[in-house]
Design a protein around this ligand. Structure first.
Ligand code: PLP
Length: 356
């Protein structure tokens, strides 16, 4: 029996995708060769790449003014790659500071140019900032749409940004309809809502890409990925295949509107329980709560230990919070089943009332 996996990423993937991938590992579309073994230059993989890009565009309703790129690296790679390409030493970029991941992006940008912190959720990072104070002429405005570790999310992009938005959407990409208005770049590591780790999706406005530096190594420029269909070198062929399958699953489930509806329902089950519980307290404040990563604390260390032991006994895994903030975290991305959230609420209630 498979366990209920609450891990924050790599995370639960849709079951039909895993089953299809099992077949494709052995024999891709009747070619007699598995997806891991096909040449990236062959027609079979060519069709996979084309299909994946088409599905990403269909699911995300992404027009041709944006390039869709597959980069062989995690989201951390883009923390450096973006300022390297777009932020010159004499320029300023504005960053919204909402937790651990935005801090890492800020640290990388400081290597390239001036960084202005436009707003901050410090010290507790329990809410996204209510307003931002922008610098005079920022090159771009960076924000993290969903802060995976603290369990907070922007309900809408930061308002009034005076420059193109750049968004790290690693932990909520395709969890709701994608709004690209005002955005130059949306990037996401795949290992939560899109597929396996080690590959990221970059959605970049073509005219913004034209403003990037040209004196960097080819793989440090999005322009190269755009010009060569993410095939300058051998791409992560398996990752691209899985992203395509996940997008096909999203489409077949009703698309991003259906994902949003389901995600809201799932998260409400958990927050409703936590808001009335005397044993467990949610970390994020209403209005800023992530629908993907629900963070909470037990009233005592003993209760936390009991919860984790009881979870283990019921084959529920990955509930311990990130090492930098502690507590508990239930990651319930698109593919995490609604019934699994119900079972978690049942477990919390059983632990709270001494039944587990
Ligand atoms: C919001 C966010 N940004 C960036 C990252 C870093 O991703 P990676 O480890 O793939 O570089 C993560 C990782 O989980 C994340 O949640």
């Amino acid at each position: 029996m498979r366990a209920l996996n609450f891990a924050s990423g790599p995370a639960t993937l849709p079951e039909p995708v895993l089953r299809r991938a099992q077949d494709a590992l052995w024999d891709l579309d009747g070619s007699g060769i598995g997806i891991l073994e096909h040449s990236h230059r062959g027609p079979e993989f060519g069709r996979v790449l084309e299909r994946t890009e088409a599905l990403v565009r269909e699911v995300g309703a992404i027009g041709d003014d944006f390039a869709v790129l597959f980069v062989t690296a995690g989201a951390t790679h883009h923390f450096g790659m973006i300022p390297q390409q777009f932020l010159r030493a004499e320029e300023t970029a504005d960053y919204c500071h909402t937790g651990v991941w935005s801090q890492k992006a800020i640290d990388e940008a400081k290597r390239c140019g001036d960084v202005h912190i436009a707003c901050s959720g410090a010290p507790d990072f329990a809410a996204t900032p209510a307003s931002c104070a922008w610098s005079a002429a920022p090159r771009y405005v960076h924000y993290t749409s969903n802060e995976t570790i603290y369990g907070t999310a922007w309900s809408a992009p930061p308002a009034g940004a005076p420059a193109p938005l750049v968004c790290d959407a690693s932990s909520d990409i395709f969890s709701r309809p994608l709004d690209l208005a005002g955005h130059a770049i949306v990037y996401a590591g795949a290992q939560k809502n899109l597929g396996p780790s080690g590959i990221s999706l970059v959605i970049a406005r073509r005219d913004f890409l034209e403003t990037a530096r040209r004196d960097l190594p080819p793989l440090a420029q999005y322009r190269t990925y755009a010009a060569e269909h993410s095939m300058h070198n051998t791409p992560n062929t398996f990752g691209i295949y899985i992203v395509g399958e996940v997008c096909a699953w999203i489409r077949d489930e009703g698309g991003l509107a259906a994902m949003a509806e389901r995600n809201a329902r799932k998260a409400a089950l958990l927050y409703d329980y936590l808001d009335q519980s005397r044993a467990f307290t949610p970390h994020a404040r209403p209005g800023s709560r992530s629908l993907m990563n629900v963070t909470f604390r037990a009233a005592t260390p003993d209760l936390e230990r009991r919860l984790l032991a009881a979870a283990d006994a019921r084959r529920m895994s990955g509930l311990k919070g990130h090492r930098s903030v502690g507590g508990m975290r239930a990651s319930i991305y698109n593919a995490f089943p609604e019934d699994g959230v119900r079972r978690l609420v049942e477990l919390l209630d059983d632990v709270e009332h001494g039944r587990a």
